[in-house]
Structures are given as structure tokens and as C-alpha cells.
Design a protein around this ligand. Structure first.
Ligand code: NAD
Length: 377
């Protein structure tokens, strides 16, 4: 049974993370029906789809602290749990929906954004339903299991005239934003050698959501869940360039009882057109979270835990960078709400989520074939 939304936050799952600004990938700003002429005085209404760990312990509590948006609805398989959330967060029972009744959200004026926080393999179905109900969509990472699913989400949002964003919280985090600036402005020159890793020790699937070891629901193993942050950081270090090609190798499986459907760990190299390389690792076999990028004139490093929910530490060859620490989810939610209200391009548009899934598809193809695989994003 899931804990109630008021239960104390669980610190075990302080993993899952990633990284800042994107001109090349900017989604053409398009205000959708739900937000035409938004009033700055009005907080945008957010409905969470899926009331699991990330919703209950991170997003919903953050929505109590946000200045530009608030929780006004939920989509859940349990109406009783939905009503409990409605009481706890002060929204009407009519804004509790089932997965099969998401179309009815079209009739609600106090839900502007639908935030999909279900297992990866269900993102496409739930994002398409949200778009068809005329709501802006935030889709958790990774955007979907396949590029084809990403395309279906993008097309549904385009057809409905709503915005699409991916839950890349670190795009709104100051240390990661500074890392992006160092790359963009080539403060040390172009980053040419990167290495990074992200993972946690999964001791039993039930401690992390059974679906994470189920191929259909997760799309893959730690590469999908944790590796996507390293892919994000590597692309950020290359100012959002798509790698030309990848090579990859699965690590040997040490716990076949857990990892019969998805990999336990995978290592890969991203090769960029200018000769830069990123050596990366994603794993469910150890707790690790770091990223380093080196240029001719210096280096920058996001130390452990680079991608978790904790305060990141950014150090460069000039010393430690002092920046404010923020609540990642509050920064992301208010940042996305501000983008919607102003019509500014998103820092985490659907196209970026699609790019990363295309890179991940190439990494899996390379690991399975043992061949170098060109990335088509
Ligand atoms: P979870 O298992 O705790 O919650 C999943 C929710 O989906 C549950 O409420 C479950 O009831 C619901 N669900 C609906 N249909 C389901 C089905 N057929 N099978 C299983 N569950 C079903 O998972 P979570 O950790 O909250 O992760 C949810 C999503 O959020 C994932 O895409 C994950 O990658 C993402 N996430 C992102 C971050 C981040 O930092 N951005 C952190 C954690 C999770």
C-alpha cells in the first residue's frame, strides 16, 4: 500500500535527476486553449497523473510551496485515495479522475497542466489523453519507451495546441544552469572529454517500484531511469548537440533474479562531431552520481550527488562555485508555469525528451549488437 500524501518524505529515493538552457531545441512557444491570456494573479492548476512515490513525496509537497501553480486535481486508479488527496490538498472531488476518464478533464477550467508521473511505458497513453483534453502536458523522464511513442505525444500536443514539457527538474537548478553556461560560453573552451555516472543500489524491486524491472513498463533498466540524466548532462556539455554515434556494453548481470528483463548496468560512449567524447555509466548495482567535463582551458565537475535531489556541488578548475540551493521540484514547477504564462520557450521541451530517447535507443542497439551505432535524432 502506498503511504498517504501527508506521510514524511522518504529519503531512500533521493536519486533520479539531471541538467540547463536550450536554444537549439526550443519548442516554438504556443499558448494553448487552457492558457490563452493567463492572469498573472491566478495560480495555474496542476493535476498529477499517478500518485506514487515521486508524486506523493516530491511533487505534491512542492505544489504547496510554488508561487505560480498549485495542485487542483489527480488521476488515480483508486477513487478513495483521490478523495483523500482532494481533502488534503483542498481541491474538489470532481477533480479526481480515473485513468480511463481523463477525457472528462476537458470540462474542468481549474486544471491547466496535466503532469504525467506513471511508469515510463504508460507516459504516451496518458500524455496523449491529457493533450486531447486540451491541457498542457508535463511528462516525467524518460519521455517514453520509444521514439515512436515520443512522436505520438508531440503530435497529440501539436494537434491540440497545447505545450509539452519533460520533467527535467535539473534544467531549473542553479548549479546545473551554471554548468550549461560554462559550456555555452566556452569559458574554458569547448568541453572535449566528459565522464559521468548515475545509479543506485536496487536491493529489491518492491523497494523501487516493481515496474522498474519490467521491460514493458520501464522500457529498459537503469539506462532509462538513471542514465537519461547522464545523457542530458553530456548533451548540455556540448551545448545541446546530438552525438554522431555511440558504442555501448552491458556489464555482467550479478543478480539474475532481479534483472531477467532489463539490464543491471550499462556503459556507453557518446561521440560528437567535433571529436568530443563522453564516457558514461548507469547502474542499479551501486550508488553513484557524478559528472565531469574537461576543455583545453579548464574543467567543471558536478560532484556526488550530481543528479539526486540533494544540493549539487559544482567545482571548476578555478574553485568551488557558490550558488543558492533550491528545492528542485518547486524550481521546476514554478519555472515551467512562468514559461507557460509568458509564452517563453521551455527549457525542457518535448523535442529534448525525444532527442534523449533517440540517443537511448541507439545506446541499446549498440550494446546489443556490439557495433558502433549512428544516432538519428
Ligand atoms: P511509483 O511506482 O512510485 O509510482 C507509479 C504510479 O503509477 C503509482 O501511483 C501507480 O499506481 C501508477 N500506475 C498506474 N498504472 C500503473 C501500472 N499499470 N503499473 C504500475 N503502476 C501504475 O513510481 P515513481 O518513482 O513515482 O515514478 C513514476 C515516474 O516518475 C517514472 O517515469 C519515473 O521515471 C519518474 N520519476 C522522476 C523523478 C525525477 O526526479 N524527475 C523521480 C522519480 C521518478
Amino acid at each position: 500500500m502506498k503511504p498517504s500524501p501527508t506521510a514524511a518524505p522518504v529519503s531512500r529515493r533521493r536519486f533520479i535527476g539531471q541538467a540547463s538552457a536550450v536554444a537549439a531545441l526550443a519548442l516554438a512557444p504556443r499558448l494553448g486553449r487552457a492558457l490563452d491570456a493567463p492572469s498573472p494573479a491566478r495560480k495555474l492548476g496542476v493535476a498529477l497523473v499517478g500518485l506514487g512515490n515521486y508524486s506523493a513525496y516530491h511533487l505534491a509537497p512542492a505544489l504547496r510551496l510554488t508561487r505560480r501553480c498549485r495542485l487542483t486535481g489527480v488521476v488515480t486508479g483508486s477513487p478513495a485515495k483521490g478523495r483523500e488527496w482532494a481533502r488534503e490538498y483542498g481541491f474538489p472531488d470532481k477533480n479526481v479522475f480515473g485513468y480511463e476518464s481523463m477525457a472528462r478533464m476537458a470540462d474542468t477550467s481549474d486544471i491547466d497542466i496535466v503532469y504525467v508521473v506513471t511508469p515510463n511505458g504508460l507516459h504516451a497513453e496518458h500524455c496523449v489523453a491529457a493533450a486531447r483534453a486540451g491541457k498542457h502536458v508535463i511528462c516525467e523522464k524518460p519521455m517514453a519507451n520509444t521514439v515512436a511513442e515520443c512522436d505520438a505525444i508531440i503530435e497529440a500536443c501539436r494537434a491540440a495546441g497545447v505545450r509539452l514539457m519533460v520533467g527535467y527538474r535539473l534544467r531549473y537548478e542553479p548549479h546545473h544552469a551554471e554548468f550549461a553556461r560554462l559550456a555555452r560560453e566556452e569559458v574554458f573552451g569547448a568541453f572535449m572529454r566528459m565522464d559521468g555516472a548515475n545509479g543506485f543500489l536496487m536491493d529489491s524491486p518492491s523497494s523501487s517500484g516493481e515496474w522498474r524491472t519490467n521491460r514493458k513498463l520501464a522500457g529498459g533498466g537503469p539506462l532509462m531511469d538513471m542514465g537519461v540524466y547522464v545523457v542530458q548532462a553530456a548533451c548540455m556539455a556540448k551545448v545541446e548537440a546530438v552525438p554522431a554515434a555511440v558504442t555501448a556494453k552491458f556489464d555482467p548481470v550479478t543478480r539474475p533474479e532481479l534483472f531477467s528483463q532489463v539490464e543491471e548496468s550499462v556503459r556507453w560512449t557518446m561521440e560528437f562531431a567535433d571529436g568530443a567524447q563522453a564516457k558514461c555509466h548507469a547502474t542499479y548495482a551501486e550508488s553513484v552520481s557524478r559528472f565531469r567535463a574537461e576543455a583545453k582551458g579548464g574543467w567543471a565537475r558536478l560532484d556526488e550527488p550530481a543528479f539526486y535531489y540533494d544540493d549539487p556541488v559544482l567545482t571548476t578548475s578555478r574553485g568551488r562555485v557558490n550558488l543558492p540551493n533550491v528545492n528542485h521540484q518547486v524550481a521546476q514547477l514554478d519555472g515551467m508555469a512562468a514559461e507557460l504564462q509568458s509564452g517563453a520557450p521551455s527549457r525542457a521541451p518535448g523535442e529534448m525528451g525525444r532527442r534523449d530517447v533517440a540517443i537511448i535507443e541507439a545506446i541499446y542497439a549498440a550494446a546489443k549488437s556490439g557495433q558502433r551505432v549512428e544516432v538519428k535524432a
